[in-house]
Design a binder for this molecule. Structure first.
Ligand code: ADP
Length: 292
């Protein structure tokens, strides 16, 4: 169990990136959702021992992650937002090198682990190719391979699917979901679909504050019967709706505006009741907690 208590962080320029965030995270896939600038990377960096918080604590099964950085690094797998590689090195050589750094010193054991990971991440056929020539998706899968070295108990993956094409993204999400059930995996993302597809628990953060925590399906249930949709042909009509109702979101569909609004009572005027989804939950929570 990962226990995060009251973490706060203000950067030297005065930006309050985290404001008293507390979370209990059990093994399994946990989605941390929030818009750009919400504080996700700051939280991930604190958990990955790269940044100290101003206040608060984080413990994994009793181990204090902030005070015991060396011990934490031994049980941590971290895939940062920008994952640098040595472009001229091949995947197999780089993994082997990282395995040595992680303290896997017996060469037979190391070979077995490295080869197993290259197979698991579907990089076996390109294992001898220079990492500089890898596609975005291949790089991210290599990132997972290195994060899985030395059997981590905590895996942190920061914004992994940004910039991947749909096929690469699918392959990457399948790989993430295959990672052991008894490991805490935190997936930080601004992409609602990533969380919907993978995570049994999630939290939303905005402006450094935790604004919702729960199981995706349960958070959607709360909106059941309360999300109304209307297709509006003109921008003027859309603006009128925005003024009159609590807007959840606005999408363009085939050149038209689809607006989704929240209402506990039936709406006339061409509104249709629609099935709530996780994106409705996300946008509704963000609009309810928008800082003034
Ligand atoms: P997210 O990962 O959700 O996009 P971040 O944690 O990167 O959010 O950023 C949270 C806030 O802190 C943003 O306003 C960002 O500009 C600011 N920030 C991030 N890193 C630094 C830094 N090193 N120095 C100053 N401000 C920072």
């Amino acid at each position: 169990m990962l226990s995060i208590r009251n973490l706060s962080k203000t950067y030297s320029g005065g930006v309050r990136a985290l404001r008293g965030v507390s979370l209990e995270i059990a093994p399994g896939m946990f989605g941390l959702l929030g818009p750009n600038g919400a504080g996700k990377s700051t939280l991930m960096k604190i958990l990955a021992t790269l940044l100290d918080p101003d206040t608060g604590s984080a413990t994994l099964d009793g181990l204090d992650l902030i005070l015991n950085k060396d011990a934490t690094r031994r049980l941590l797998g971290y895939l940062p937002q920008e994952f640098g590689v040595y472009p001229k090195m091949s995947a197999v050589d780089m993994l082997n090198h990282l395995a040595v750094m992680k303290g896997i010193s017996k060469s037979g054991e190391r070979k077995e682990i490295v080869e197993g990971l290259l197979q698991q991440t579907n990089l076996w056929d390109v294992r001898k190719k220079a990492l500089g020539g890898y596609s975005g998706g291949m790089k991210q899968r290599f990132g997972i391979a290195q994060a899985l070295l030395a059997n981590p108990k905590l895996i942190i993956v920061d914004e992994p699917t940004a910039g991947l094409d749909p096929a690469e993204r699918n392959r990457f999400l399948n790989l993430l979901s295959s990672i052991g059930r008894n490991v805490v995996v935190i997936l930080s993302t601004h992409i609602v679909e990533d969380v919907r597809e993978l995570c049994s628990k999630m939290a939303i953060i905005s402006s450094g504050e935790l604004i919702l925590e729960g199981m995706p399906a349960q958070t959607i249930d709360v909106l059941k019967g309360r999300v109304w949709s209307k297709v509006v042909p003109t921008d003027a009509e859309r603006e009128a709706i925005e003024k009159a109702y609590p807007l959840i979101s606005m999408h363009r569909v085939g050149g038209l505006n689809e607006v989704r609004v929240y209402s506990e009572t039936p709406l006339g005027e061409g509104f249709l009741l629609v099935e709530a989804d996780l994106e409705d939950v996300y946008f509704r929570e963000l609009s309810r907690h928008r800082p003034n």
